[in-house]
Design a protein around this ligand. Structure first.
Ligand code: NAD
Length: 423
């Protein structure tokens, strides 16, 4: 496998991409132009620049954002991302996608997203805690169990959520577990949350295989991004009988057509060793991984990975979007014309926000469920949403993304119309 890297060349920002997807579905639905105009804008945007004391005694100023896109259906919900790529446009897009995702799966939430421009791996635990607590304080103007409930995303995890919950609670003077989801079970988290997104990805893949008369058993799978979403999806797809032949992290990945030992690769992840160091297969770049001859491709890293520049070289029969926004609208069209089924992010990775919703409900009621209850209810919601999206795509003779948007956008538009414009 050649080691030549070809950077993807995104022509649109994530926000332009999100807007063009909304504009396309507005046309499909013949959406009232007034409602369309409302939905094109995020409701609130907060940018904060905040100082953090570093271990060497110096002070660094970081920039972060929290954006709430829409509150028509309820409080807003969406992850917090720590990455050097975080910018206002990306957070805006991610907030809008959360609005549609919550509506597609029928949750009483609007969409939000947050992020800090930082490489979390370059900080000590102590610095990460300081940064998180200060960012939580800065955005506590917006977040809260009734208004806006963050969760983990790229570069953040259970521990980060626990620090946010603790910081918010310290300011209130009492414990407010419902302010974030994705917490450890010991402090009001739910069972099944860590696996929820990857589990939902696996459920959506299995349902799509069933619809297409394919067998998941024996199908080959490549997963881009071996983080929370990608590693769980890989493990559960393998458990369902698929053969995971390639996985990657930010450095690149490894490919073995006979299948990979995921336990060994999990060890690399735990030790924070690059997957490119593994000797389980050939080293591949992230771009090469996307173009491998597999049945199922799961982009589970970041946005704008499948673009007009590489879509015609995708060989998978099905693309299951574990990440948010991995496929650009031009690439979507190319994949559609090639007959490749794309399970869109707003459906495929909704397992995370569904189980986050369960966590919030449990926190508000202070009454906790068994893992079987969590997984059973997740399966019910994913099954229903999958069918609704599939039916909408057939009704409008379009792809599953537009089908999902048709379901989600019409629900939000309807709620906005019924509530009316204040005052
Ligand atoms: P994570 O930080 O746990 O893992 C991200 C993985 O992607 C890591 O292996 C990292 O090395 C790799 N990566 C990062 N940048 C990359 C790049 N430019 N190219 C290739 N690989 C890269 O993050 P996560 O929580 O697994 O989230 C991954 C994606 O899934 C994101 O798009 C996120 O928005 C989306 N998502 C996450 C959840 C969730 O519950 N965590 C829910 C829905 C959607």
């Amino acid at each position: 496998m050649s080691m030549a890297t070809r950077e993807s060349s995104p022509q649109q920002s994530a926000w332009e991409m999100a807007l063009s997807q909304l504009d396309n579905v507005a046309q499909l639905l013949r959406l009232d132009p007034n409602l369309h105009e409302v939905l094109r804008h995020p409701k609130r945007e907060l940018t904060v620049h905040f100082p953090v004391k570093m271990d060497d005694g110096s002070i660094r100023v970081f920039t972060g954002h929290r954006i709430q896109h829409n509150t028509s259906l309820g409080p807003t919900k969406g992850g917090i991302r720590y990455s050097l790529d975080v910018d206002l446009d990306e957070v805006r897009a991610l907030a809008m996608w959360m609005t549609w995702k919550c509506a597609v799966v029928g949750l009483p939430y609007g969409g939000a997203k947050g992020g800090v421009q930082v490489d979390p791996h370059a900080l000590s635990q102590h610095e990460l805690e300081g940064l998180t607590r200060r960012f939580a304080t800065e955005v506590s103007l917006l977040i809260g169990p009734e208004g806006d409930i963050p969760a983990p995303d790229m570069g953040t995890n259970q521990q980060v959520m626990a620090w946010i919950m603790d910081t918010y609670s310290m300011h209130r003077g009492y414990t407010v577990t419902g302010v974030v989801t994705g917490k450890p079970a010991a402090v009001g988290g739910t069972l099944g949350r860590i696996e929820a997104t990857g589990r939902g990805v696996t459920m959506a893949t299995a349902l799509a295989c069933l619809k297409q008369g394919r067998s998941l058993q024996g199908s080959t799978v490549a997963v881009q991004g071996f983080g929370n979403v990608g590693s769980v999806a890989a493990r559960l797809l393998a458990r369902a009988g698929a053969r995971v032949v390639a996985v990657s992290d930010v450095t690149g990945g490894c490919y073995n057509p006979n299948g990979l030992d995921l336990d060994v690769l999990e060890g690399y992840k735990l030790d924070q060793r690059p997957l490119t160091e593994s000797t389980l297969g050939e080293t591949v770049t992230n771009q090469e991984l996307l173009e491998l001859p597999v049945d199922i491709l799961v982009p589970a890293a970041t946005d704008r990975q499948i673009t007009a520049a590489n879509a015609d070289r995708i060989q998978a029969k099905m693309v299951v979007e574990g990440a948010n926004g991995p496929t650009t609208p031009e690439a979507d069209q190319i994949l559609y014309e090639k007959g490749i089924l794309v399970l869109p992010d707003v459906l495929a990775n909704a397992g995370g926000v569904i189980v986050s919703y369960f966590e919030w409900v449990q926190d508000l009621q202070a009454f906790f469920w068994s893992e079987d209850e969590v997984n059973g209810r997740l399966e019910q919601i994913m099954g229903r949403a999958f069918q609704e999206v599939w039916d909408a795509a057939e009704r409008y003779r379009t792809n599953l993304r537009m089908g999902a948007y048709a379901v989600g956008v019409s629900r939000v538009a309807e709620a906005t119309r019924i509530r009316g414009i204040y005052p």
